[in-house]
Ligand binder design. Structure first.
Ligand code: PBG
Length: 325
């Protein structure tokens, strides 16, 4: 039935009608807040390229976690900045590492907050790559051994979900095996399955001081020209035991979120990464866009594409805004 019988504008006449027929919803319960933890005490240092986000010492982090929980945000994802970096990223898997220490403290003092840990070596290696370097390249299978140790140490310290972000082949299977062998068979894995080699990670690398010191990550992270390959990555990770699949970044990759959700019908997380956050914040600061409105529009687009979970530096801002509505 065409115009004039059909008039699409009838149901757009007011907000009650619009709300009644809205197809997608954004809730604070969809959001996960990324947080950076560093050594020291009483430290809360704003990350210049990510205004409103901080490097925090464990004591400050614990208080922040309580505020986040009280806002209704269901969880955080933790990234660590170690005291020292070295060739093998030893700060990543020791029981006294920064993440392990933070985890134990959060688990003791903050209840009802899901803590996801990022498993990767780049924040801990002196060369800034996500694995062990042999003859100038990241060695896949040697890296798997260290990632497995890191995952197990997070599990022992109380992580609620393990999230490998390194993009080595076979890591999900290795991590599943070591968790299962150590009585952690109930611990879920959120796999960064389709993780692209992206310039949108710039501000994160400032925050974690983790930019590669030579070369780039193109030999392990995906080429942004590809999408069938993302489906192969996802299929492999599901077969190795991934419980939730991540697509990262999110905004320039909504087609990937859509294809993954449509094809596999598994829980999908979108990572709205640091550069996506920085672009919006910078334009808003200049007064060129309305930051809050663009933020909501972007978060809705991820839900519309098929994301169940959104990991975003906007989590706190969005939670406050959604509370007011
Ligand atoms: C670790 C990791 C990175 C991000 C999440 N986990 C950096 C990278 O791969 O270079 C980026 C997140 C962001 O940009 O917000 N490998």
């Amino acid at each position: 039935m065409a115009y004039p019988i059909t008039r699409m504008r009838r149901l757009r006449r007011n907000e009650i009608l619009r709300e009644m027929i809205r197809e997608t919803h954004l809730s604070v319960k969809d959001l996960i807040f990324p947080l950076f933890v560093c050594p020291g005490k009483g430290i809360k240092k704003e990350i210049s390229s990510m205004p409103g986000n901080y490097r925090m010492s464990v004591d400050v982090l614990v208080e922040t976690c309580k505020e986040i929980r009280d806002l209704g945000i269901p969880g955080i994802i933790l990234f660590g900045i170690p005291e020292k970096k070295d060739e093998l990223g030893t700060g990543a898997y020791g029981d006294d590492g920064i993440i392990q220490t933070a985890l134990r403290k959060i688990k003791k003092e903050v209840d009802e907050l899901l803590v996801i840990t990022d498993v990767c070596l780049c924040e801990y290696t002196s060369h800034g790559h996500c694995g062990v370097i042999e003859k100038g390249v990241v060695h896949n299978d040697e890296t798997l051994k260290l990632l497995s140790r890191q995952a197990l140490s997070h599990a022992k310290a109380g992580a609620d979900i393990i999230a490998p972000s390194d993009m080595m082949d076979g890591r999900v299977g290795c991590i599943r095996a070591i968790l299962d062998a150590n009585a952690f068979s109930d611990l879920p894995i959120l796999s960064y399955a389709a993780k692209y080699s992206s310039a949108f990670y710039g501000p994160f690398r400032d925050a974690a001081d983790s930019a590669p010191q030579f070369g780039n990550r193109k030999s392990y992270q995906m080429d942004y020209a590809n999408s069938d390959e993302a489906l192969r990555e996802v299929k492999l990770d599901i077969s190795e035991g991934a419980d939730i699949i991540m697509v990262k970044p999110a905004l320039a990759y909504l087609d990937i979120i859509y294809r993954v959700k449509t094809k596999f019908k598994v829980p999908v997380a979108a990572y709205n990464v640091s550069g996506e956050y920085a672009c919006i914040m910078a334009a808003a600061e200049k007064g060129w866009i309305s930051g809050d409105d663009v933020m909501l529009e972007v978060l809705y687009s991820m839900k519309r594409a098929g994301a169940d979970i959104i990991i975003t530096y906007f989590a706190e801002k969005a939670a406050r805004l959604l509370q007011k509505k």
